[in-house]
Write a protein that binds this ligand. Sequence first.
Ligand SMILES: [Zn+2]
Length: 319
Amino acid sequence: MPDEVTYLREATSRLLAGSTKAAVVRWMGEEGFVTTAGNPWTTVVLTRTLLNPRLAGLGSKGDPIEGAPIVITPAERAGLLALHPQHADAPGDEKKAPDEREWILAGVGAAGQCGLCGAGLEVSWVGAGKPSYRCPPPPPMTSQVDDVTGAVESGRSLKASPCGRIRMTAPLLEDAVAEQVLAELLRPEARDRFEALLADVRAEIERLRDHQRRTEKTLQAVKSALRSAPDSTRAALTEAQKAAQKDGRDTRTRLRYLEQIVDVAPPVGEAEGLVRWWNAAPLSSKRALVALEIKVVRVNPGRRGRNANPHDRIDILWN
Ligand SMILES: [Zn+2]
């Protein structure tokens, strides 16, 4: 929701610039912004929303989630926490939920997808406490009878709702995906493809570093101009300074994500070394490798019966 991203960023800037929460909430109300539930913003909801680590692309332990959209930068989040220290260790709901960073295919930007409805998969403890990937439960049925035809329209026809009908034991799915990713990396032609993917990422890193250097120069020029600027140009220069600073923060965040991908460096093409690498790699590297190789993993309904082959249930769309 780009609109929401824009005004939450604006709210953050205003708070960091010294506006009170009450003033920011008043401004949001005047602009007609409402929460995703359709309610007017309150200071409590705004603070909780802005300080959710997810908004800065962070997991509940404060580590970056690879590929997560960044609404506010971790630096801005730190600035907000400094303004509202009482929220620094408020118990968040995410502490009770399974930590999605412990799983390769769930969470913001991850590849797991329901084969029936296309919803992103989440990790959940169901049944005898086994972690499973599942299509999130659908919202309560909202049956509506069409006045003219008398037809009943069920909630499931709403495209945006997850269907909740797919579930697969987490280690079973992750092992199957890992097996296919490793097999892919061992094919001779896949080696070139992997190098090409890495080269693309490296090229983007170079572009961003160049951009970063230019932004830094602009910022220095603006700062020195500001020192001797006449009043008539101060406002414009201050705006330019803010824009350059924001640009710098955005670029740094993107760079950090891409650098994690390049740091992966598995020994592509050597069977034993690759398996050893996978078994020893930290989860962030596994996620980065899967993100580099895979666009989507679709999980389809399983057949009844034991010894079902997990590979029969998944379709992988490669990058
Ligand atoms: Zn589904």
